[in-house]
Design a binder for this molecule. Structure first.
Ligand SMILES: [Zn+2]
Length: 870
């Protein structure tokens, strides 16, 4: 029994909630009747409420006995104590409350989103034309996860207290209201300009999934999937950007019904684009909310990355309708499971929708991000005990989503996709409309697979870190030796010898014959006899394992010689990424890594290039300034052949991944490589594009903008800022906004910094803009000074999650002096970013500075040798 949990002496069964938001004044009034079951005699009810005024408390029993109650609000514990003059006997009661609250601007609870005057007037076909409507319009939006339903109505705001919700909204007659279910009735309220919109009752679900959206909104025509209407909602004038999301939404809904073997648990599915939104998407049953960039997109003008983002988020949220909404964690310690699972399922669905996107290859990039954080001494276990619900806020990170998703993928590949799916189906059937624990999923998977799932998974989920597997072979090459120890970047206090049960798939060529083999490595070291002499070996075959591999030098050189012939793209990605991690950790020299990169000049996979480019960007941030021109030379040397091969123009019939790669290489060549020819060509091409937007592939357009910001000045800045303000799509808006962080002129950097606090950039975006500036070598010192001077203001304006994202930028402040300054600032301020977030950022910064100090001399001589040989 946790003191931080509500008592379960009284449990809610059904809420009837009636809310009347007043958008202009930023307030709302509400009333609710909650059917409750009193389990044991009590004279006090305890439930959650915060920033609400509660009046008129009464409760009645089945025989009509009515008791008036008094209320005490405890703002600190976010609870309301309702006291009654006599004890309530066990049985059914109806609690009635009236309350008022505030529509805040903090993107949580019940809040207001502003639709800035775009000057656009919606046309009947969904597009817009320039009009004269200049006034700002407002939306009222809910965002409840994790614990903010209590800001909108008094409730038992814990995921275990599932109930039925019947919502009624009183709104202006020209507005639209959306909630979790379809509209049951709508009627004007005589003598007012208002109407009452009553929604059908929901299934039994948790409070954090309730949603209400009110405002001027337009919907697409519904697509029907087995009778369920699927619609996209957005502010007027944008429905023409909804087609892509509607297609993946309809596909996902059908796909998941099939995968889960269970019908969709709602009665309609609305996906709603919100102009101000703290997350990517929120899985409210039947009324999923999104930030605009994650839902609205112009397919003809978007990059491959931007389209993938929309598909991913839409599929992710729809996966939750079952896993999360129908079956819900019992408490917040289980939050990781629904997020990891939805991350895994979004990939399964998008991969089925567009196999040519090779989504599981791209997932290597996400897995690498998790391997980075989980390689820290200050990493955490994926699942940990959550005492106060607030602790769970630190769970919204790369370990929950990407590590969690990656270990589920590892398990799925180990068990086989069909067995894994059957276990998931069993879990959903057993717990539908209820709550479950992580161990319930392991039990269901164990039952269908007859494998000790819990024993395998505990090491990956309940303990921080992961292993590095070292592979050696004996001299004649007839025996392999696999050994494990924990991987960390810094010499660590962590237990290096903790053991994991590692499902290892590997591929060997023996006596000229290629074969795949499997091993569950659960001890420190294990030997495998081969049926002959080894030619080569690929450990972590398929690349699904959540561990790193280190090959003995002889094995590595044989592999690197033939990498493009024998390794799949994911395996090549891992080879590069693991080698880079080894260099960062000091297990191998930077020179060895840079030699390896020379073997990838002809690489064709965009994700392998992402691994290479990420390391080049890291080096750019980390090395001493005098070495930078030589590093640029090296980058041009590595990128040059691929840039020339791909050129600037998309070819007819070319795949999307090739187009993506072209854009990313050009961008890197013009920024990290600082290539004058690419910069000059980008200038010309952008000039053409301005007059004819169809003149360049969208992937190249994004590169042009980034390159011009890097090489441009005042004129480009003024233009891009204007383009940001008048953008036609959410993606275009983002592209120009973030380009502002790419300029190198001090005065322009200062101007961008001002935008992050003066209200010109939405608070959902501003923290990311600051983060990007902190990560840029030309802007970071100035940005850091600005952050220290404006900290209080930023803390006030940004949501806690935004502040956390912004601070990620400190990992880019990779000089000894800046590091010392950062440490002094955070210790003097006693700032907490939730969980171990700040410790992790500081450790990442330590790794970068230690790397800089360790490699400075070697790198300088490596680079000048390279320059000398050219
Ligand atoms: Zn999610």
């Amino acid at each position: 029994m946790h003191a931080s949990r509500l008592p379960s002496s009284v449990v809610p069964i059904r809420y009837e909630i009636r809310i009347e938001p007043d958008l202009p004044s930023g307030t709302f009034a509400g009333a609710e009747t909650v059917e409750v079951t009193v389990q044991e005699p009590v004279s006090e009810l305890v439930l959650n409420a915060v920033e609400l005024q509660i009046r008129q408390v009464s409760i009645r029993d089945a025989r009509g006995l009515v008791l008036a109650g008094t209320v005490t609000l405890d703002e600190r514990s976010e609870r309301a104590h309702l006291r009654f003059p006599e004890r309530l006997s066990p049985g059914a009661w109806r609690l009635s409350l009236a309350f008022t609250g505030v529509l805040n601007d903090k993107l949580r609870g019940f809040y207001r989103s502003r639709v800035k005057a775009s000057g656009l007037r919606p046309l009947p076909d969904g597009t817009a034309e320039a009009g004269d409507q200049k006034e700002e319009t407002l939306l009222a939006v809910t965002q409840f996860e994790a614990t903010d339903a209590r800001r909108a109505f008094p409730c038992w705001d814990e995921p275990g207290f599932k109930a039925v919700f019947q919502v009624t909204l009183i709104i202006e007659e020209d507005l639209v209201a959306i909630s979790n279910t379809s509209v049951a009735s709508e009627r004007p309220i005589p003598g007012t300009h208002k109407k009452e919109v009553r929604f059908a009752p929901t299934i039994r679900m948790s409070t954090y999934l309730v949603a209400c959206v009110v405002g001027r909104l337009q919907a697409t025509e519904p697509t029907r999937v087995d009778g369920t209407p699927v619609r996209i909602w957005c502010v007027p004038g944008k429905t023409h950007l909804a087609r892509f999301a509607q297609e993946i939404a309809a596909f996902s809904l059908r796909f998941f019904q099939d995968y889960y073997g269970m019908p969709y648990p709602g009665d309609k599915l609305d996906l709603i684009a919100i102009p101000d939104f703290a997350f990517g998407g929120m899985e409210n049953l039947g009324a999923i909310t999104f930030r605009e960039t994650a839902l609205l997109v112009d397919e003809r003008a978007a990059t491959h990355t931007e389209l993938t983002r929309v598909a991913d988020v839409v599929a992710h949220e729809i996966a939750h309708m079952w896993f999360g909404d129908l079956v819900t964690m019992g408490w917040w310690n289980g939050l990781w499971l629904k997020e990891a699972f939805a991350t895994f399922m979004e990939l399964v669905a998008v991969d089925a929708w567009k196999p040519q996107w090779e989504r599981w290859v791209t997932f290597g990039v996400s897995r690498a991000a998790a391997l980075q954080v989980d390689g820290l001494d200050s990493s955490r276990a994926v699942e940990f005990e959550v005492v106060a619900p607030r602790d769970a806020e630190a769970m919204f990170d790369v370990l929950t989503y990407e590590k969690g998703g990656a270990v589920l993928r590892m398990l799925e590949q180990y068990l086989g996709p069909t067995t894994f799916r059957d276990g998931v189906r069993r879990y959903l059937v057993d717990h539908q409309f209820g709550n479950a624990e992580t161990s319930d999923l392991w039990r269901a998977l164990g039952a269908v697979s007859s494998e000790p799932i819990q024993a395998i998974m505990d090491g990956w989920i309940l303990r921080p870190g992961y292993p590095i597997v070292t592979v050696t072979s004996d001299d004649p090459g007839g025996t392999l030796c696999f050994s494990q120890r924990r991987f960390t970047y810094l010499a660590s206090a962590a237990d290096a010898f903790q053991l994991w049960q590692i499902p290892i798939n590997f591929r060997v060529r023996v006596n000229g014959e290629v074969r795949s083999m499997r091993l569950l490595l659960s001890s420190t070291e294990e030997r495998v006899a081969l049926p002959g002499r080894l030619d080569w070996l690929v450990a972590n075959e398929g690349g699904h394992g959540f561990y790193r591999v280190r090959y003995a030098p002889a094995l590595l050189s044989r592999l690197a010689d033939t990498a493009s012939d024998i390794l799949t793209p994911v395996e090549r990605f891992n080879l590069v990424n693991d080698a880079w991690a080894s260099a960062l950790a000091g297990l191998s020299s930077l020179g060895e890594y840079l030699d390896l990169t020379a073997r990838f000049r002809d690489e064709a996979d965009p994700n392998v290039w992402t691994a290479l480019l990420t390391s080049f960007a890291y080096l750019t941030r980390t090395i001493v300034p005098t070495d930078r021109p030589l590093l640029e030379t090296l980058i041009r040397d590595r990128l040059g052949p691929a840039v020339s091969r791909l050129g600037w123009d998309a070819l007819a019939g070319e795949g999307e991944l090739v187009r993506q790669l072209r854009g990313e290489l050009l961008r890197a060549m013009g920024t990290l490589g600082n290539d004058a020819a690419v910069q000059a060509e980008a200038r010309e091409r952008y000039a053409t594009y301005r007059h004819d937007p169809s003149a360049a592939d969208p992937n190249v357009v994004a590169a042009l903008i980034a390159v011009l910001a890097h090489s441009g000045g005042e004129a480009e800045y003024v233009e891009f800022l204007e383009k940001y303000k008048t953008a036609h799509t959410p993606q275009e808006e983002q592209r120009y906004l973030y380009s502002l962080a790419g300029f190198r002129d001090t005065r322009l950097i200062q101007q961008t910094l001002q935008l992050t606090v003066n209200g010109e950039v939405r608070t959902q975006d501003a923290p990311y803009l600051v983060r990007n500036l902190l990560m840029r070598v030309d802007a970071r010192e100035q940005a850091w000074r600005f952050v220290t001077e404006n900290w209080d203001r930023m803390e006030r304006q940004y949501a806690p999650g935004g502040l956390r994202r912004m601070c990620e930028g400190i990992t880019g402040l990779a000089t000894p002096a800046l590091e010392a300054d950062v440490r002094a600032f955070f210790s003097s301020r006693k700032i907490s970013l939730g969980g171990k977030t700040l410790e992790q950022y500081l450790e990442l910064l330590r790794i970068a500075v230690a790397f800089r100090e360790r490699e400075a001399v070697g790198l300088a001589s490596y680079l000048s040798r390279l320059a000398g040989t050219r």
